[in-house]
Design a protein around this ligand. Structure first.
Ligand code: SF4
Length: 366
């Protein structure tokens, strides 16, 4: 992993803003002029990072194009930016190129264009197959389009498809959630990311559902999902991510297993040589090349703890022999509580522990 580098490219545009979302993205059409400016700013940022962190000789092994909604940008415009990145860092050794897609944008021709410029995998923001859930979430697609988009993606990308599903919505019960999971399984999708709705400050959902409590229902929904998915061999490999063996996202695993990555675009986080940083989420400033960085330089002990806590989020757990100083008693307490178990000389979260992963992380880091 030493010389490897991953790239996350943030596309901060959406056709409409979903009322629950607090990712940094703007509701804006993308015209060629805006895109030219954005491309120039991203490449300027990349050039700065390459010289600041001496990245020129790193091997880029994965690229993730996320957002926002990358599929609102025309394929040719996107291609021109990827080619620009290739000129700076060389993408010929990349093992996985993922692009996030909104099901409402999925067209065979668009997907073929993505494939032709190197995309190998798609991540579809399906969220649900239930019409009421999709309406509540303010999504641009309906249930029929969600289904159709998966089939279109399969025609072009074969099995290299992931879908996102969201659970724990106001009014959602276990049977609604089970139907979503049953539909996903009937489509033989082999990678699924599951997210519990969280009501984030500053969103329209916060105004409407502030104080909404879904912890207990969401825990039951997560347990149900784990049971149904694992019964067909789709197992967890990170708390929110499930796949058939061998179909894990290489790029995402690098985040959790401590690999270096750079995030391009406003709000995208990077982690290189123990320094974690992002450009302030302000598109206008970014377009004017005024890139203010938020930065954390982690001392070695804190860096080790954070890396181990991230690894603990995965099914690979942490080596018993490599745990940071001062963790033994705390881990033993979690073992007694059955939140962590010992498997093959590693400490791994139990199903119950996955439900309390944030509490465990806070306890171990501080
Ligand atoms: S499409 Fe995705 S990034 Fe855009 S507003 Fe909706 S959830 Fe957020």
């Amino acid at each position: 992993m030493g010389n490897d580098l991953s790239i996350y490219l943030h596309i901060p545009f959406c056709r409409s803003k979903c009322p629950y979302c607090n990712f940094y993205s703007l509701e804006s059409p993308v015209n060629p002029k805006l895109w030219d400016n954005y491309k120039a700013a991203v490449l300027r940022q990349l050039g700065t990072l390459i010289s600041r962190f001496r990245l020129a000789h790193r091997t880029v092994t994965s690229l993730y194009i996320g957002g926002g909604t990358p599929s609102v940008v025309g394929a040719e415009l996107l291609r021109s930016l990827i080619e620009g990145i290739d000129r700076y860092l060389g993408l010929d050794m990349v093992e996985e190129v993922t692009i996030e897609l909104n099901p409402a944008d999925v067209r065979p021709n668009l997907l073929r264009q993505y494939r032709d410029f190197g995309v190998t995998r798609v991540s579809l923001g399906v969220q649900s197959f239930n019409e009421k859930k999709l309406t509540l979430l303010g999504r641009r697609h309906n249930a029929r389009e969600a289904l159709a988009s998966i089939n279109i993606c399969r025609d072009v990308f074969g099995d290299n498809i992931s879908i996102d599903l969201i659970f724990g919505l106001p009014g959602e019960d276990l049977s609604i959630w089970k139907t979503d999971l049953d539909v996903a399984l009937s489509l033989k999708v082999n990678h699924i990311s599951l997210y519990s709705l969280s009501i984030e400050e500053g969103t329209p959902f916060y105004q409407k559902y502030r104080g909404f409590e879904n912890d207990w229902t969401s825990a039951q929904m997560y347990v149900l999902a784990d049971r149904l998915l694992s019964s067909v061999g789709i197992r967890w490999y990170e708390i929110s991510n499930f796949s058939l063996p061998g179909r894990e996202s290489y790029h995402n695993l690098r985040y959790w297993l401590g690999g270096d990555f750079i995030g391009l675009g406003p709000s995208a986080w990077s982690y290189v040589d123990g320094v974690r940083f992002s450009v302030r989420p302000d598109l206008n400033a970014f377009l004017k090349f005024k890139m203010e960085y938020e930065k954390d330089i982690l001392p070695a002990s804190r860096r080790l703890k954070e890396e181990k806590v991230l690894q603990l989020r995965t099914r690979y757990g942490i080596d018993k022999e490599c745990i940071p100083d001062g963790w033994v008693d705390r881990i033993m307490d979690f073992v007694k509580m059955r939140w962590i178990e010992e498997i093959d000389n590693k400490y791994v979260l139990t199903l119950q522990g996955r439900l309390f992963a944030d509490e465990i992380a806070t306890n171990l880091i501080y």
